[in-house]
Design a protein around this ligand. Sequence first.
Ligand SMILES: [Zn+2]
Length: 256
Amino acid sequence: MEFVLIALVSIAGLLMGSFFNVCIYRVPRDQSIVKPASRCTSCGTRLAWRDLMPVISWVSLGGKCRYCKSPISYRYTLVELLTGLIFVVLYLKFGISGSFLTYAILCSILIIATLIDLDFQIIPDGLVLTGAIFALLLIPAGLSVHWKDALLGMLAGGGTFLLIALLSSWILKKEGMGGGDIKLMGMIGLFIGWKLTALSILLSIYAGGIIGGLLMLLRKKKRGDAIPYGPFIAAGTVIAILYGNDLIQWYILTFL
Ligand SMILES: [Zn+2]
């Protein structure tokens, strides 16, 4: 039974990942995510279901379009696998529960936001708004955090980043935090409440510092180059969701 559920959850994750690829491509280009049907971005041939099966199609076609043979980025497959993996990990941690549903929706938004931020250095308002609407539906259904905790989470998340943005523009005279990041962090707070939000902010700052430092060390980036911050917010939030309560517990026992 357990095995069947894991298989179902991973298939759901792969299919959702395939849909997220459509969102990642179309949302920043202001195209509908429903219509028209998927086409090859090179030759424009309308793709059939057998061209669109997550992972399987890409592998069986050798990473090339069936019709024009242009290469198809491995990234589509990677997004599908990542979504499947995150769904399974969430299921193993939370079972089929309100937490699973809440976090699966939040992680879905974060996967889409991360890839769009990497491509275009923006986090679309529509995406953040969609997440916020989902959060506001989950709260009265009793599937997520209490509404007071959600509200505090939104204020803590958005407020902290807004403060960082204001301070860095006053003191450093440069944009330290984009508007998209501020809104994204506020939306995350609505999903996870203020404690995990605080942890997620800390983790994202650590991750950003470490990866940013590495990129400078490897001379991929210079001091002052813009690095999209959305991926670090997403990574910090996923870690906070999976290990946050353990980390907070450990911190209290060790230091307080
Ligand atoms: Zn083609």
